[in-house]
Design a protein around this ligand. Structure first.
Ligand SMILES: [Zn+2]
Length: 64
């Protein structure tokens, strides 16, 4: 299980890990929680949740 690289939040979800990989690139080895990822990308958590739904609808295996 992964922790958020920035705030240290424990056991972030598969969706958070998947979204970090999708938005920061597959080579990006760190994982961010939803809150920190939103801060980094200067978007809202709601927008990120919409993104997760989009990727899920595409059948992306990184999400549950
Ligand atoms: Zn965090």
């Amino acid at each position: 299980m992964a922790d958020c690289y920035i705030c240290g939040k424990k056991d972030i979800s598969k969706n958070e890990i998947g979204l970090t990989a999708k938005l920061m690139g597959q080579k990006f080895k760190k994982s961010y929680c939803l809150f920190c990822l939103a801060e980094q990308l200067e978007v809202t958590e709601e927008e990120l949740l919409d993104k997760i739904e989009e990727f899920k609808n595409e059948g992306c295996k990184l999400f549950e």
